[in-house]
Design a protein around this ligand. Structure first.
Ligand SMILES: Nc1nc2c(ncn2[C@@H]2O[C@H](COP(=O)(O)OP(=O)(O)O)[C@@H](O)[C@H]2O)c(=O)[nH]1
Ligand SMILES: [Mg+2]
Length: 362
């Protein structure tokens, strides 16, 4: 079957690339192509670029490259119209349109390689794209094959070690495309919204000196140390005075339940209180941050039995401590960043397959 596949995102770049693949691909393109010298495409050596017009002398300007007789790339203008016109012409000739994700998942492709290329299109940072590129280049496939061989030799302990090393990276792998959720929580007025703005580098949330201003959860997509992160500001956690505020607090609790990391923001200019302690008891794993370090330190703790935990000192207002906070967030999310070329399972099915191998090794 002859297929036309659009390899570039529709209308996003200056150039659109169409792949025509299957028996008769070269002839299908040739029948619509006019080169300046009239030289047929078949006379060009493979991989050499040819200029031409698609659809006669006044047709769409294209650059064509044949990989072989059954695979031709056609580069045209990046707008939607040129690619649509060329595809419609080829489809009228009997060519079938194929989504690029389906093309990448062709039965002959290694499923890991196919999944990596699809995921790479959704990677939002160079760092995550580089990890996916390593998996496309075979890092995960080689690691899995190696474990199969180790199991076949009945070397169960080394197999388990290799499996556990892979599984320790699966949480990172699930967050190469899907952002980590980092939620800023804390009592009202401690500076959560200000800190969110400072972390994101610009004003976004409503900042107000009245406690209880942030009525809903505001999210912001960013990258921290090359990892995709969705920062989430929340309504201050306390007894609400009105329905709108309590709706905001309910939304905050829902966000908190789904968080990968909670940053517990406290105000270091007021004493550590029973309310702060309650929040910390609720999320013992939270990253504790003392905001307003530009102000004098609050005096003795009012909650009596507990001392305030250690935490990072920041000033959302002045920008002090923001860099170390970003570093601490990145370290909490990804304590061991994988070295270049490391195998990383990046799909839930891959992690499930590896877990199944672990059962075999027991
Ligand atoms: N001095 C000082 N004031 C701050 C700092 N961060 C926030 N504030 C002030 O504290 C008040 C509450 O801040 P906001 O971000 O709305 O707190 P939220 O209720 O926790 O979201 C505002 O008046 C801010 O300007 C800081 O680092 N230093
Ligand atoms: Mg707020």
């Amino acid at each position: 079957m002859l297929h036309v596949i659009q390899l570039t995102p529709p209308g996003r770049g200056a150039v659109t690339t169409l792949r025509i693949e299957g028996p008769g691909a070269l002839a299908a393109v040739q029948s619509h192509l006019q080169t300046p010298t009239g030289r047929p495409l078949a006379d060009y050596p493979p991989q050499q670029l040819a200029l031409g017009r698609f659809g006669g002398p006044t047709g769409e300007e294209v650059v064509v490259c044949r990989h072989g007789d059954d695979s031709v790339d056609l580069h045209c203008h990046g707008g939607l119209a040129a690619a649509a016109l060329i595809q419609q012409t080829l489809i009228a000739d009997g060519c079938q349109s194929l989504a690029w994700t389906q093309w990448a998942n062709s039965p002959s492709a290694d499923p890991i390689r196919a999944a990596a290329i699809v995921a790479m299109a959704d990677a939002r940072t160079e760092r995550t794209a580089a990890i996916l590129l390593d998996q496309f280049d075979g890092a995960l496939r080689r690691a899995i094959d190696d474990i199969h061989r180790t199991l076949a030799r009945r070397e169960f302990l080394p197999a388990r070690q290799k499996i556990d090393a892979l599984l320790s990276r699966s949480s990172l792998g699930q967050h190469l495309v899907r952002a980590w959720r980092v939620v800023l929580a804390g009592r009202p007025n401690v500076g959560k919204s200000s800190l969110m703005n400072a972390l994101a580098g610009h004003q976004r949330s409503i900042v107000h000196h009245e406690p209880g201003t942030t009525r809903d959860a505001v999210t912001l997509d960013t990258a921290i140390d090359g990892w995709p992160v969705q920062l989430c500001d929340t309504a201050g956690l306390r007894q609400a005075n009105d329905d709108l505020e309590s709706a905001g607090i309910e939304l905050a609790r829902q966000r908190l339940a789904k968080a990968d990391l909670i940053v517990l923001v406290c105000d270091q200019s007021v004493p550590w209180s029973a309310a702060d302690q309650t929040l910390l008891d609720q999320w013992p794993g939270a990253l504790v941050v003392y905001n307003k370090c530009d102000l004098a330190v609050g005096t003795a703790a009012t909650c009596g039995i507990n001392y305030p935990p250690s935490g990072l000192q920041v000033s959302a207002l002045r920008g002090d401590g923001i860099e170390p906070l970003l570093e601490a967030i990145a370290r909490r999310l990804v304590p061991d960043s994988p070295p270049p070329g490391a195998a990383v399972p990046f799909m839930p099915e891959q992690a499930a397959e590896i877990r199944a191998m672990r059962e075999l090794s027991e």
